[in-house]
Write a protein that binds this ligand. Sequence first.
Ligand code: IPD
Ligand code: CA
Ligand code: CA
Length: 290
Amino acid sequence: GFRRRNCDRRDPGPSRDRRVAFDLRSSRWRFTRVTDTRDLVNLATRLAREAGDMVLVGRRHGDLDVDTKSSPTDMVTRFDAAAERMIITALRLERPQDTIVGEEGSNIVGDSGIEWFVDPIDGTTNFMYGLGGFAVSIAACDAEGPIAAAVYVPTTRDLFSARRGGGAFLGSSPIHCSTKNDLATSLIATGFSYDAPSRSRQGERVARLLPLVRDIRRMGAAAVDLCHVACGRVDGYFEENLRPWDLAAGLLVATEAGAIASDFVGARVRPEQTLVCAPGIHTALRDAIR
Ligand code: IPD
Ligand code: CA
Ligand code: CA
């Protein structure tokens, strides 16, 4: 507990990382540890890198051991499981009080108010087929949304990161979304769900949009699409039926890079309906896909 830590000689003391807060559960004033989002980003980037390099090496040498999940097209390999295990083990060690949710089944409940979302391999279909463009996506969130994020693409060594209010980075360089304000010359990324009925709906939406834009990209990893909006490699991205681990990290990277996020009618962005794009095309793109 707190008292023991406070008596520990090696502890740097309450000066920098402590503040007094009223604890509702015990109805007492207590010192609490202030989480520096810089520490969370450092942790997320380190784990994303380690896991990403591990699966890349594994892909080159190992047996994929492919299985299916929600539908015959929804694949999982032993590397998805191994990467998630590695990330979750490290997070539990470093952040024992936090909630941790991973796509491959991890669900650890903590009471710190911080929740991690881990997609050990976003773009498993790319990974399986030996295409690049898959990523490890890790985000820490509080009640208001993502506060720290890392998305690492091991084939290109692109490491995207962001913390709330601190801007977005590719490696150590700050990144910004495009300044595009014309939908007709915009390059728009999207993705499709694994279930067939949603895909016909999504296909119809793309068919309506295609004549109105420069072109469409379906690159195969939502987290990477969002980071591509962040650094201007595409002008916008939209998708339906994402899960929180697809969205959380890339969303923070994109919005910290100046992108606008909403659902398809302009309300708060959510995994069920995600639209993230350069501010100059937001209204036009929203109207084109709603
Ligand atoms: C998928 C990818 C894909 C998107 C799907 C996701 P997975 O994640 O991000 O681009 O279109 O909606 O489920 O299964 O490769 O982790
Ligand atoms: Ca995913
Ligand atoms: Ca995945």
